[in-house]
Design a protein around this ligand. Sequence first.
Ligand code: HEM
Length: 221
Amino acid sequence: MTDQGDPGSVPKAGTTVSPQTARFQIAARTRQAHEALHHHPLIGRLLADDLSVPEYRRILCVFRDVFVAAENCRSASGAFDDFSLRRQCKALLQDAPSASQDMSDDLFYFGTDHEVLGMLYTLHGAQFGGAVIRQHLKQTLPMAPMAYYGLKPDPQNWKSLVVELDQSCKQKGALDCISTGARQTFELIDAVASAANAAGIGASQHNTTLAVGGQPTNGGL
Ligand code: HEM
């Protein structure tokens, strides 16, 4: 894994993330769930030369609903305001405006701040792949809405998040909890994208059995 202190820059060969860091451990524990998205029938299309506008719109709807629900969850926890997802939510709502207001309040039920921190690792870390995907989209869909994929990386915010991960992981059991939150967030994106793909619609009409963390009223992942 490369230490991309500056997520917007092309990975620098030779500089690595120390295995002692929480980030390295979390990345290792979520690699399978992350790479499953690279091969997902919808999300994986982001790097396809023949990606269509309806597919891209559906992917943006999936990300919009997941990021808005995640920011609602973070805000409800009252924690990690420095790592809010407001910037990404604003861009995704610009790219994929949504009719319904309460579209995403039923996706995240994390009961601990450590799980919320894991969720924030996954969603802020998406800017790494985003840098690669942005270059590709400029070729494949140059006229498509790009507020989200056009977002300027925030290297200082990422560095502060990595420091927060290391600090938190000094607490017993924190690494397991944070990794669970991070992995379940990848898995939720996978499930919401699969539901949107199966229904051939924007995500906001997904059924309410998709959720992560504690016990939603009717089942969950
Ligand atoms: C087709 C879809 C995707 C591609 C091609 C992709 C590609 C990448 C690449 C190339 C990296 C840098 C890896 C490295 O430095 O070793 C990365 C890192 C990362 N991606 Fe993805 N990604 C995709 C989807 C996603 C999604 C949907 C999310 C979450 C919303 C995500 C979250 C992350 C995270 C958290 C990291 C940082 C890991 C770390 O360095 O600690 N990725 N991705």
